[in-house]
Write a protein that binds this ligand. Structure first.
Ligand code: COA
Length: 297
């Protein structure tokens, strides 16, 4: 799909993406790169990083990959330092690394809960914390008027409650809170913008196939989701918007990119019945208010 943004939107910028070698993270890497940014991707699996870097370079994108686990502070520091060494600056940090699996709460061990909190929430904080010195206004030779930009990939699971996702819901609630706190502190002190993106159901992702495994479903996935499925591209466009000057006045928000999915609930009545009967119901309740004894009328 063609991007509505200009190709030079992020010209000269450098971005580091955790989880940037696969899934939604990879598509964000592609689109940041296609819009002029140099891209460093960080992940745990060497073969996944190597093939992502090869694919990015084959599209003319200046890219490099680093092995690392966001749960390890030393890995975070090393990857950030290596990114700086390689590209000379850092403008954008995207925290897209995440862990997930379906599990009823009664079967989830505290260590399983902690594992996801460690990857999503602590990992996001660790990366932000280690990146601060490079993202500050004027840091590492940056001559732009503003500081850098951070995007934390979140979810909508915790807006209500989601079956078998207690660990991820808790982790993403923490991520959203981190987004707001850092936006407040670092936006004020260092002119760094910190925002989030909460994707809805996005087709062709590990998250989607893990969370809605076909073999556990009684109907095809498409019939279970009330709203449309999104594409990785939709999330990448939101990342371009938030990380570029198009979003320069946006700080501390988590942009929901889900086609309205989290708001969706089944209608109690068919629309036609409401159109026909609504006024009759109103008239009836005006004539005989519910809960008022007949003798008092
Ligand atoms: N159900 C219940 N518990 C599970 C589980 C599952 N499906 N998968 C892992 N766990 C528990 C383990 O039992 C363990 O707890 P324990 O020590 O009490 O037994 C704990 O989680 C850690 O598991 P481990 O396999 O050692 O962790 P890991 O660091 O190797 O894996 C995960 C991390 C669990 C998040 C793994 O699913 C992962 O890395 N996935 C890839 C990323 C991903 O999911 N991306 C999708 C993003 S939406």
């Amino acid at each position: 799909m063609e991007s509505p943004f200009k190709a030079e939107l992020l010209k000269g910028k450098v971005a580091l993406l955790t989880g940037g070698a696969s899934g939604i993270g990879y598509e964000i890497s592609v689109q940041l790169g296609k819009h002029g940014a140099s891209v460093a991707v960080m992940g745990r699996r060497k073969h996944v990083i190597d093939s992502a870097v090869e694919a990015l370079r084959s599209q003319g994108i200046s890219a490099i990959g680093f092995e690392g686990d966001v749960r390890k502070r030393d890995d975070a520091a090393r990857v950030l330092e290596s990114t700086l060494k390689h590209f000379g600056r850092l403008d954008i940090l995207v925290n897209a690394a995440a862990g997930n699996f379906l599990v009823p709460s009664e079967d989830l061990s505290p260590n399983g809960f902690r594992t996801v909190i460690d990857i999503d929430a602590v990992g996001t904080f660790t990366m932000c914390h280690e990146a601060l010195k490079y993202l500050k206004k004027g840091a590492s030779g940056k001559n732009s008027a503003a500081g850098g930009s951070i995007i934390n990939i979140s979810a909508t699971l915790h807006y209500t409650a989601t079956w078998y996702q207690i660990h991820v819901s808790a982790a993403k609630a923490a991520v959203d809170s981190i987004t707001r706190s850092l936006a407040l502190e670092w936006g004020t002190d260092y002119d760094i913008r910190v925002n989030g993106i909460a994707p809805g159901p996005i087709e062709d992702t590990a998250g989607f196939s893990k969370l809605l495994p076909q073999e556990m479903l009684s109907k095809p996935k498409e019939q279970i989701l009330v709203s449309k499925l999104g594409k990785k591209w939709d999330i990448a466009m939101a990342a371009l918007y938030l990380s570029s000057d198009a979003g320069k006045y946006i700080n501390g928000t988590t942009l929901v990119v889900d086609g309205g999915e989290w708001l969706t609930k089944p209608a109690y009545f068919p629309k036609e019945a409401v159109k026909q009967l609504s006024r009759a119901v109103e008239r009836r309740s005006r004539d005989k208010p519910v809960g008022v004894a007949k003798s008092k009328l």
